[in-house]
Write a protein that binds this ligand. Structure first.
Ligand SMILES: [Zn+2]
Length: 510
């Protein structure tokens, strides 16, 4: 048929109007086509992923960037009610490496229903999660899947922006209709989603972190293309690696509504418990600053004070204030950080904000240099709020360092061949015959349930240096006589349930 020119023009204009996707929308449309088409995606009601894999110990491995402390993940199941914005995850984690709370499997059941996040305990009782950061992270988790993220981006109410490329990925930022922000990356060749990233706040030394889930090995499932390999990272650190063994589209997921006990519980966030700090002068000029789970030790030198451990910001600030109160005329100038684990290092930034010198093992230097520069915008900490922070002052040791003046001597030793951390320091007070360490011997700490998988190794280290000790002054637990430590080192745990009985021997990574 011969068209008149104006009709041809009109047809072209109509086509353009229907098809007037922005470049950002076009990326999403391409991804939708690759996954099985817009109509198929919009028709999906539920997805269930089942699988197994491994989870890692972000912030509590042997070194900041190693992946040696792992958990076996069994019975992994993530059920999503796509339109209802509800999801329930289940998994059973079993430590594969020595763990101070034992080696038993732990089942985790966690849900999200709109704004209601909840955990289901072993008894089947649900409790509401009131921490806003966790609630928002769970809301975002629903979109850490190719189908849900692309489906949300197809919604006309979604905002798509900031189109860019990185290597072979095409990337857009998406704000969903329910106001979850995420970054969606798709493979520029196959157009299949490669990963979804959402920002979350961490109250660790990391601050603002990117939670990232990557998708690989797509297969055909019920008219869709879906991945069978999911890997997640917290910032640049490996978190989980799950292989899907079964996936079901539009199967029966049961009732994913939040249990009544959780839904009816208060939504407002509970204020953090106040810091309790007890002060015990263990020897002249040595104070055990205890209370709650993580302790510190304050040590007086001739012209300054030194704090051993700033585990987290609230305790670090309380310890700084306590130092001023105990010795108003002597400045606190030094913080010794025993090891990089996040529950022992989160106060390092507070120390830096006060201009203190940080003494730590040399393996932490690069990480702490980066950590003091990291943004903490989502939960601003003392350093983020400090308008003119002083530069980081860090003193690194290798296996040993003596801190000494006319009035006091203390010796820092790296605990060798220990699988808890490769850079963990013990602090020896030769005159006072005291030993301080973190995490290896936690006397009478109820969290350890009597397990102490590293005590033999600590004893070997003590013997190697011929330390003369009367009392153990730990950073978890109670001060106890050395005889109690010796007893635990000999028969303090059931070796049959700690299969890799100590002493552990590892070659430190180069
Ligand atoms: Zn630790």
């Amino acid at each position: 048929m011969k068209r008149t020119p104006w009709l041809t023009l009109l047809a072209a204009a109509t086509l353009a109007a229907c098809d007037r996707a922005t470049p950002e929308q076009q990326i999403v449309n391409d991804a939708a086509a690759a996954l099985g088409g817009r109509a198929r995606i919009l028709a999906v009601k539920t997805i269930v992923i089942e699988g197994k894999g491994t989870s890692y110990s972000v912030g509590s491995d042997r070194l900041i960037d190693t992946n040696s402390r792992i958990y076996d993940v069994a019975g992994y199941k993530y059920a999503i009610d796509v339109a209802g914005r509800r999801a329930l995850s289940e998994q059973t984690r079993t430590p594969k490496t020595p763990n101070f709370s034992g080696q038993a499997p732990v089942k985790q059941v966690q849900g999200i229903d709109g704004d209601v996040a909840y955990n289901v305990g072993a008894s089947g009782n649900a409790t509401r999660v009131r921490n806003k950061v966790t609630v928002n992270a769970r809301r975002a988790d629903i979109y850490h899947h190719p189908l849900t993220s692309v489906r949300a981006a197809l919604d006309p109410a979604a905002k798509i922006a900031n189109l860019r490329t990185l290597g072979n990925e095409t990337i857009v930022d998406v704000t969903t209709a329910d106001e979850v922000s995420m970054t969606l990356a798709i493979d520029s060749t196959t157009k299949l989603p490669t990963r979804v990233v959402s920002m979350t706040a961490s109250d660790t030394i990391l601050g603002d972190v990117a939670a990232e889930t990557s998708f690989a090995e797509y297969e055909d499932v019920s008219g869709l293309r879906l991945p069978v390999h999911f890997t997640s990272k917290v910032d640049k650190f490996k978190d989980t690696d799950i292989r899907v063994t079964k996936q079901t589209v539009d199967g029966d997921v049961g009732n994913l509504a939040a249990p009544a006990a959780a839904a009816s519980a208060p939504a407002s966030e509970a204020p953090p418990p106040p810091v309790t700090m007890t002060v015990e002068e263990v020897a002249k000029g040595i104070w055990f600053l205890a209370g709650q789970t993580h302790h510190s030790v304050l040590v007086e030198f001739g012209d300054h004070l030194t704090l051993i451990e700033a585990p987290n910001e609230p305790r670090a600030l309380a310890a700084f204030a306590k130092a001023k109160e105990l010795r108003p005329d002597k400045p606190l100038t030094v913080v010794v950080n025993t090891h990089h684990h996040f529950d022992h290092s989160a106060g390092v930034r507070a120390a830096v904000s006060e201009g203190l010198t940080v003494i730590t093992h040399k393996s932490n230097v690069a990480f702490y240099e980066e950590a003091v520069r990291r943004p903490h915008t989502l939960i601003p900490d003392a350093l983020a709020k400090n308008p003119s922070p002083k530069p980081l002052k860090i003193v690194a040791l290798d296996d040993e360092m003596v801190l000494k003046d006319d009035t006091r001597t203390i010796v820092l030793y790296r605990i060798l061949d220990n699988s808890h951390a490769d850079n963990n320091l013990m602090v020896y007070f030769p005159k006072e015959r005291l030993l301080t360490q973190a995490d290896i011997f936690m006397p009478r700490d109820p969290r350890t349930l009597g397990y102490a998988p590293w005590v033999d190794n600590l004893l070997e280290n003590i013997k190697m240096h011929h330390l003369q000790i009367d009392r153990m002054m730990p950073l978890h637990g109670k001060i106890v006589p050395y005889s109690e430590f010796l007893k635990v080192a000999k028969d303090g745990f059931d070796r049959s349930i700690v299969p890799e009985a100590p002493p552990y021997r590892f070659t430190a990574p180069s």
